[in-house]
Structures are given as C-alpha cells and as structure tokens.
Design a protein around this ligand. Structure first.
Ligand SMILES: NC(=O)C1=CN([C@@H]2O[C@H](COP(=O)(O)OP(=O)(O)OC[C@H]3O[C@@H](n4cnc5c(N)ncnc54)[C@H](O)[C@@H]3O)[C@@H](O)[C@H]2O)C=CC1
Ligand SMILES: N[C@@H](CC=O)C(=O)O
Ligand code: NA
Length: 429
C-alpha cells in the first residue's frame, strides 16, 4: 500500500470513543493529512443500527451495518466495538488482507494479542492499541519504543478510570460505591458491562498488555491475579483515611531474578504518595527501568475525547509508516515468561477484623500473626466500649501472600473474631 496519496479508513463502532474518533477524522482531515504525509479518507462506519442516536452528528451516508464489506475495502481499520467477538474476527479479517488495524480493545488484545500480532507481522500489516491502556496517556509507545534500549523492572499504576472515579468519590464525599458507578457510566468511562471495571478485569487486561510489552513476552489476562473493588466499603475508605492512606485499584507488573508477577488489587497508599493525588477518572503509571530510573505518566484514562486522541495518534503512526513504505519495526514479544505463583508475592497488608472485645483479645490476635510469620506494624481499635463488637485494623510489615492466607484462615477460626471484614495490600513507600 506504499506510495498511495490517500488511505481508506474504515471505522467499526460509533459509541463513546468511535463517535469522537469519526469527528476528529472528519473535522481535522487537513491537519491529519499534513502530519501523516497521506490523506485519511473515512469510507464508512459500521454500526448495529444506522439511525441510532449518537453523541456526535455524523453524515448518514457513512453508516453501514455490513462490517465485513467495509473492512474489505479499507487500508486501515479502526476497531472500537469492544468485546472479544465479532471484534476479533473483524480484526483478523483486516490483518489477513494486509490492512492495518488500530484498536482500543484491551480485552481482546490481552486475550489474543500474540495471535493477532503474529497475523499482522505475517501479512505486513500494523496492529496498534495505545488507546487500550490508560486512555489518552502515551504509555505503550514509550514502553515499546522509548525504553527499548533499557530493562524495565516494574510498572505500577492506576489504569482504570471508572474505579478511580468511584474510589475518589467514596474518599472525598463518603459516598457508597453503587451510587457513584451510575455517574461513571453516564460520563462514558465504564465498559459496556461495568463488572469488567469494578471486578478489576479491565485493569487486569491492561496489566497483561503492559507486562507483555515491558518484559518482551506474552502475558494474558487470565494469568493476572485479579481482585476488584466490589468488596471495598465506605468504612474501609474512612478507616484508611483516618490512618493517613487512600485506597486505589493498582495494576502491578514486576520482574526480578525470580520471575514475573502481574496483579491487580485495591491497595492502600500513603496520602503523600504521588498516586494518591490521582483524582476522578485520571490514570497514572509509574515505570521503573534499570537505566532510566523512575518515570511517571499521567493523564485522562477514560472518556470519548481522550481515548479518541490516543486512537488518532495510532492512526497517524500507521499512516506515516504506510506513506513512507518503511519496513515494520521488529517486535520482541517472544521471551519465555516465568510467572511467579501469587503465594510468593511479598507485600504489606492491612487487615480489618470485627472482634469480641474482652480481656486478652489483642494478644490472641497478635499471636496468630506471630505464629504465621507476619509481623505487625500497628494495630488500631475502634468501638467495643459498652458493646460487644469492636473493629480492629492491623497494618503489617512485609509478608508473603502464602503467610497472609494462612494468617487470615487462622484469624477466622479464632472464637474472639466475628469476621475478617477486609484484607488489602499496602503499596508504595
Ligand atoms: N470509553 C472509554 O473511556 C474507553 C474505551 N476503550 C475501549 O474502546 C472500545 C469502545 O469503547 P466505547 O466507545 O466506550 O464503547 P461503547 O459501548 O460506547 O461503543 C461501542 C459501540 O459499538 C457498537 N457495537 C458493538 N458490537 C457491534 C457489532 N457487532 N456491530 C456493530 N456495532 C457494534 C455498540 O452498539 C456501541 O455503539 C472498547 O474496546 C473499550 O474497551 C478504551 C479506552 C477508554
Ligand atoms: N472502562 C475503562 C475505559 C478505559 O479504558 C476505564 O474506566 O478506565
Ligand atoms: Na494510552
């Protein structure tokens, strides 16, 4: 396709992100042509319903319900439908005929990225997905290109806008999470099925993509230890605040001599930590590399316009490469991965207990921690006077997940413990 003065662009989907992408393609056509070295002609938009109400007024003649016919005429296909299918088949169809693809579909890339990347390479096509991780933030290209001469050891960040929006509102207004979720959905941050957000699966897909690129390997979302925020209560948020912490859903990909660990869970971080000030639907990602040291990337992690910006950045990158007829860069996603068992991970923990307040109870609880090799940093008790139950929040020093699991099991079996109300990790310094 090199040497063409115009590239035919097919858009699949005109939802939150697709509609804004179409707007930019149409409104900024001249600037995009100048930056790409080739003009980008939007030849059609595949949708389910041609006359559905949309966020942006778009020319009716562009709409079609025949995605396959549209893909078969395109040089570049932008997939913004979401979900594994039919998005996966559409992308494979495009790549198989040598058309390049830009997508924001983290669920699909985290599940089938290796196969689709191989298909792209085999057909001389490009597959780009900057929008899939942390919305508008340029993070995949910095990891894959700017840091290609370094060794990344850790990527840690807030990569889901919906859950950050919810946790931030719970922290600043004391709201319960169900009340804030509807607002995040209305603002276009949430996935079509918001359980992907609140269950941590969206962040897990992003963590898998980050780990794959950072460590030049293939990690899929089902290899990511995943916990969401559905169990986080207003009481947890308030107790964390009292202790000087804020709760954030973190995605962490880490590599050392022992192996690679990729995990997503709600974590306490100190209020003075830079991630604590990431508010609303904003995202932030820390990258640690051997030579570069610490880097931080921050910006809008969700929403139509920010995500469309990342999509369009990829479209221009694809177009430049096609216009130049340059050979595709070599990827290096083929190193074997030694994924650590989650039990081997070491962090600090914050454990909430409802206890029967009676003499000697604290000593018995402390003894359980000691017996399982988890050392306590601090213990805070609330309530209990004049009533039977008291709440206890315990912060530990470093311990393994295996030790934590057996500690929690032993606590649950203790007659003075009514329930273990929460178990969270503490991250950052
Ligand atoms: N909304 C956001 O903030 C972000 C979204 N993304 C990703 O971008 C993609 C699109 O997300 P949104 O625009 O938010 O979703 P959306 O649900 O607003 O839009 C998707 C559109 O595709 C249409 N669609 C779905 N299946 C179809 C099919 N088989 N044929 C024709 N049309 C079909 C839907 O009717 C809907 O209009 C997803 O992969 C999502 O994960 C990525 C980053 C941020
Ligand atoms: N639902 C996602 C959208 C962007 O990836 C989020 O909330 O971050
Ligand atoms: Na991004």
């Amino acid at each position: 396709m090199s040497g063409e003065k115009s590239l035919k662009v097919a858009l699949l989907g005109a939802g939150t992100v697709g509609a804004q992408t179409a707007r930019i393609l149409l409104d900024d056509a001249q600037a995009l042509a100048e930056r790409s070295g080739v003009s980008l002609e939007l030849i059609g938009i595949a949708v389910r319903t041609v006359d559905a109400k949309r966020d942006v007024q778009l020319p009716a003649e562009l709409f079609t319900t025949d995605a396959n016919a549209l893909i078969d005429q395109a040089d570049v296909v932008i997939e913004l439908l979401g979900g594994l299918q039919p998005a996966g088949d559409y992308i494979a169809r495009a790549l198989s005929r040598g058309a390049s693809v830009v997508t924001g579909n983290k669920a699909l890339i985290a599940a089938e990225g290796a196969r689709l990347n191989a298909l792209a390479a085999a057909n001389g096509a490009q597959l780009r997905y900057e929008a899939a991780v942390a919305g508008a933030i340029p993070i995949l290209r910095p990891i894959a290109d700017s840091l290609a001469g370094d060794h990344i050891t850790k990527v840690m960040g807030i990569v889901n806008g919906t859950t950050n929006f919810i946790l931030d509102a719970m922290d600043s207004t004391g709201a319960a999470f169900a009340d804030v979720l509807a607002e995040a959905q209305a603002l276009g941050y949430a996935e079509a099925d918001p359980t992907a957000d609140v269950g941590g699966h969206d962040a897990a897909a992003k963590a898998a993509i980050l780990a794959s690129l950072a460590f030049h390997t293939t990690v899929s979302s089902d290899q990511v230890h995943t916990e969401g925020i559905t169990q986080v209560t207003a009481e947890d948020v308030a107790a964390a605040a009292d202790a000087g912490y804020v709760i954030k859903l973190l995605a962490i990909a880490q590599k050392d001599e022992a192996g690679v660990s990729v995990r997503v869970y709600p974590s306490l971080i100190k209020r003075s930590h830079p991630l604590a000030s990431v508010r609303g639907a904003f995202n932030a990602v820390f990258v640690e590399a051997e030579n570069a040291g610490d880097l931080m990337f921050y910006g809008a992690g969700a929403g139509g316009n920010p995500t469309a910006s990342a999509v369009m950045g990829d479209v221009v990158a694809v177009a430049r490469q096609l216009a130049a007829g340059a050979p595709l860069p070599n990827g290096s996603a083929d190193l074997p991965v030694n994924l650590l068992d989650f039990d081997q991970i070491t962090t600090r923990y914050w454990i909430g207990l409802s206890i029967t307040d009676q003499p000697g109870v604290l000593a018995r609880v402390a003894d359980v921690f000691g017996t399982h090799g988890v050392s306590i940093e601090s213990m805070i008790q609330h309530g209990g006077e004049g009533s039977e139950a008291a709440s206890l929040r315990i912060l530990t020093h470093l311990g393994t997940e295996a030790a934590l699991r057996t500690t929690v099991e032993a606590l649950e079996a203790l007659d003075v413990v009514n329930t273990v109300t929460s178990v969270m990790r503490v991250e950052g310094n």
